[in-house]
Design a protein around this ligand. Structure first.
Ligand SMILES: [Zn+2]
Ligand SMILES: [Zn+2]
Length: 247
């Protein structure tokens, strides 16, 4: 199974990358986490052979801006979008005139699914839980090809994230802040906190993404985050756009 990072910036796009989007290419399904503007690169990796399941963490624009370009991807197999209760109504307000073309006018068949907190078969197992952020935000745990992958973005480390990522093969975690960043009312995570979480939860591998564009101004800053994280959890890596790993 291959995981490809299409957008690794938080907040806005800069020369360091696009905003949040991660592709999981498994045997039978494509899974996409979030629809930041990095999603336009999906057409390089996705064929018509497998269904595409997109999981949305929350509605901050750096996670949904990509819906503006979704029609260009020509997903003949359609697109299944999953998210928290109310997602259908919220997206129908955003993906709409006068902002952009509504889903119903796209050539792609878009199917939206509202998930309550808990575990579902979609048809593979997915568990979603609310994290700690300034607006409601889901973390996801999925099982594919015998592996467990957890995606936690836009959150402070919390009981829900610990529960979601326990013993996971791979934890994809946000790293919006630098170590020592003061707590704010817009909760996020720094490299040290993400590494401590990975250690406590006994995950096998930690990949850091969603680097706040205003705080991480260069890729060198991200390398520093990786160094920080590895002091606590050795198998940690800072991601950049275009990076991919096999698990
Ligand atoms: Zn974000
Ligand atoms: Zn957010």
């Amino acid at each position: 199974m291959k995981i490809v990072f299409l957008g690794t910036n938080g907040w806005y796009s800069t020369e360091t990358g696009n905003t949040s989007c991660v592709l999981v290419d498994s045997d039978r399904y494509y899974v996409v986490f979030d629809a930041g503007d990095g999603i336009y690169k999906l057409d390089k990796y996705v064929t018509r052979e497998k269904p595409v399941h997109l999981f949305l963490s929350h509605f901050h624009l750096d996670h949904v801006f990509g819906f503006h370009v979704i029609g260009n991807l020509k997903l003949d197999q359609g697109l299944d979008i999953y998210g928290q209760k109310g997602i259908r109504r919220t997206l129908s307000r955003l993906v709409q005139h006068p902002f952009t073309l509504p889903f119903r006018d796209l050539p792609t068949d878009i199917r939206i699914h509202e998930l309550s907190e808990g575990t579902h078969e979609v048809p593979f197992p997915v568990t979603c839980k609310f994290l700690v952020h300034s607006d409601p935000c889901y973390g996801y745990r999925i099982n594919l090809d015998g592996k467990t992958i957890v995606y936690c973005t836009d959150t402070a480390v919390c009981d829900s994230s610990l529960e979601l990522c326990r013993n996971a093969d791979l934890l994809i975690h946000e790293c919006a802040f630098k170590s020592g960043h003061p707590a704010t009312n817009w909760p996020h995570t720094n490299p040290q906190e993400a590494a401590e979480l990975a250690l406590r939860a006994k995950v096998k591998q930690l990949l850091l993404t969603h680097f706040d564009a205003a705080i991480y101004r260069s890729l060198e800053d991200r390398k520093q985050a990786e160094v920080e994280a590895r002091k606590t959890f050795k198998n940690a890596k800072a991601m950049v756009d275009g990076a991919s790993i096999e698990i």
